[in-house]
Ligand binder design. Sequence first.
Ligand code: ADE
Length: 238
Amino acid sequence: NRPIGIVAAMPGEITALINAMRTSRAVESHTVGRREFYSGELFGRRCVVVLAGVGKVAAAITATTLIRTFDIGSLVFVGVAGGLAHGVSVGDIVVAQTLLQHDLDASPLFPRYEVPLLGVSRFETHPDLASALMRAAEQHLEQVGIGRVYRGLIVSGDQFISDAEDVRALRDALPDALAVEMEGAAIAQACNAYDLPFAVVRTISDSADGDAGRDFPRFLEERASAYSLGVIERFLEG
Ligand code: ADE
């Protein structure tokens, strides 16, 4: 009965969850690796909640600390992403089936996207965790009144995508990619190294095009925390 790690990249994606945890008794906070880990009960379940910071390295550091120092039994990454596939729009929710690092390319030594020596390019999420997140996301969107839930490939890289040309290039190279973000596939690789069950859920904040630089901060300020809180609350209570 180990705790569930709940991770996000930016304060707007997780502050509401940390505040919800603070209202419970017996929450403890520990600083490790310049990150503040909050351990305690969240919606009746033992959790460790942490702000990872942005990008693949920050995500991998955080996941490894959760696994090695806090002995979590599973990990859920929550936050926002840019929509890639046609029809995936702002306010929709994407649950990862698989994750890939779109900026990883050691060709011609190894196939493009493959993690060298590991021989994997697409990391699989845990099916039960992903299904539980799908149900939680559907329930949350029912309450919001608008938006669709998708399950499929999420791609990650150390780039904020904000150009329609870049979106076209990603779609051409990875036609089944639903959304793009900056942490999920790194979380996946860290959890793979420790055989830890994990899942990723992302609300679409922007379309990764020329408007993304304006849409992303607006969504983060106004809407992201309600989606994170709503989905994680239903996930933990379900
Ligand atoms: N997260 C949210 N929107 C994003 C984008 N356009 N590119 C990368 N990560 C994102």
